[in-house]
Design a protein around this ligand. Sequence first.
Ligand code: HSE
Length: 406
Amino acid sequence: MKTAVMGFGTVGSGVAEILLKNSRSVADRAGEPVELKYILDVRDFPASPFSSLLTKDFSVIEQDPEISVVCETIGGVGVAYDFTVRLLKAGKSVVTSNKELVATKGPELMALAVENKVSYRYEASVGGGIPIIRSLYDSLAGNEITSVRGILNGTTNYILTKMINDGLSFETALSQAQKLGYAERDPSADVGGADACRKISILSSIAFGKYVDPASVNTVGITDITLDDVRECEARGAVIKLLGSARLTEDGRLAVRVAPAVVDENDPLGNVEGVYNAITVTGNALGDVMFYGQGAGKLPTASAVVADIIECVKKTKNEKLRLWSTGDADFVLPYLSQTARLLLRFEANGDFQNLIEGYAEEGSVIVKNGVVSFVTVEKTFGDHAAEIKRLSSFGKLISRIDYEAK
Ligand code: HSE
């Protein structure tokens, strides 16, 4: 079988490297050798050992009958979308690490794959090298899933870890993550939460069987988290993590969001450091299961792309079983109706404590240097907004973070 890689960046070059380095084991697992025939990129790479495979002409790949599986590691929804549509229509399977494309155009591309009797696979789109997508579709198939929750972005977890462990500033930690090849081309998708949003949308669509549009997921990133917030959590035996979460409510709707959250230091998610990602899935038969591994980076992510190439070659799966039905308009519970506890910090004087009675959890109030911090009781985000507005007449809100510690 012959394949092509489109986009010779971090992940695409990793795919080429793994196909060469692991050619024997890949051939054993696929049942036949997998040969890389073309690499599509607009740039030149004269020093690359793969330079003889480079082409700038997409139609060469589209029209070559020898090519049956193509890796799309271009990213974004522009040419990546156009090329994917054309390849599926040309009867070629496509595998990808492009979570933006899967999250926004997944239903259309999966249906197109079924129509053309080929596959569209995206194991690498969530959790880098962690085998979460196939596990949700296959290994956990005997469960009804009630919740998916996790650290889904390596860059932000790296930044928060460096702030927590080494007291590094946000900017220094971000530039380190960029140098290590973890960040998206535009890192605002990492730090602003859009990348984690796309990933929880993909996981929710699989776990709950209905498409969850990323536009319906309330998303907060980590740009407002300060070293003061980090120290405040440390005093409480807790840490801040950027979490994507989706939980089925009793009335069968989905509470889904992305936000920084305070979790106990000894919570399994509290111990996930650096570029590592972790995802906890709760099933009604299995209980909790946790997936943990490198959520970004060249070879971890490329290994998941290569696994999808092998899967396509084996052609053992029926694509129809993997379709997402159209989501009901009211499937996603509006953000303001979702509930949570918050860690709030106000600049205020001592009298402020009387105003938070009943709203603050007992024993959670800390007053220090003109700052009153406390953990609230559980309320809807709508009720929190009203309480925060009321309290803002008496003190200045300096931070609010979802609180998931005990
Ligand atoms: N920028 C992403 C991250 C890459 O940091 O997790 C992997 O999806």
